[in-house]
Design a protein around this ligand. Structure first.
Ligand SMILES: Cc1cc2nc3c(=O)[nH]c(=O)nc-3n(C[C@H](O)[C@H](O)[C@H](O)COP(=O)(O)OP(=O)(O)OC[C@H]3O[C@@H](n4cnc5c(N)ncnc54)[C@H](O)[C@@H]3O)c2cc1C
Length: 164
């Protein structure tokens, strides 16, 4: 695998390699499945995720209830795709897509709005909780989609247990 950061993902003005580039946004089940399916394809794959780890979401309940630690249900994305020679993993937040220029814009801790060109784009960014127009329900039924959500619920339970 090409281990990289945003500095080596060339912008739209740079000369492009002849190999088609597939940009995948998201390192969840969807993004990882797409990257793995392309491991032998004659393409350059760039997977971008705002975190450096994949989360096994079905076990979030166990983290929220203190049965498992966050590290037991998450793995570094670069480790999972480590053997794929045609794949580069970038940690950054995709903030937009320019369909005309065929590029996504990425923020990283040290750079903002960096254009990363693509020939093919796969958006696998998951979902957000929906309260069907009743956002006031959120404080009673918080979302459970990320490690941060699970830890927040776990900590809330601990505070309540400490009070009783
Ligand atoms: C608590 C819970 C229990 C579940 N149990 C089951 C089960 O038992 N069986 C089952 O089949 N399914 C289950 N599911 C559903 C299953 O886990 C999800 O459908 C699946 O994880 C979704 O995968 P995904 O790749 O679409 O999205 P996600 O896994 O959410 O991945 C999206 C990725 O995109 C990244 N991302 C998002 N936006 C950006 C951005 N702008 N820039 C960069 N990166 C971004 C995120 O960091 C994340 O890594 C469960 C889900 C939950 C929450």
């Amino acid at each position: 695998m090409n281990d990289s950061n945003l500095n080596s993902a060339d912008g739209p003005d740079q000369p492009r390699p002849k190999t088609p580039r597939v940009v995948i946004v998201g390192g969840g089940f969807g993004g990882l499945a797409a990257a793995k399916a392309l491991r032998k394809a004659p393409v350059q794959v760039i997977l971008i995720d705002r975190t450096n780890h994949h989360v096994f979401q079905p076990l979030l309940y166990q983290v929220a209830t203190s049965v498992l630690a966050p590290s037991q249900i998450s793995s570094p994305i670069r480790g999972i795709l480590g053997k794929q020679k045609n794949t580069m993993v970038i940690m950054g937040e995709v903030t937009g897509v320019d369909k005309e220029q065929r590029c996504v814009f990425v923020n990283s801790p040290d750079r903002e709005h960096v254009p990363v060109p693509y020939d093919y784009l796969i958006l696998a960014t998951g979902v957000r909780p929906s309260y069907f127009g009743h956002n006031e329900f959120e404080k009673f039924a918080p979302g459970l989609k990320s490690l941060a959500d699970a830890v927040a619920i776990r900590n809330k339970k601990r505070v309540r247990a400490g009070r009783s």
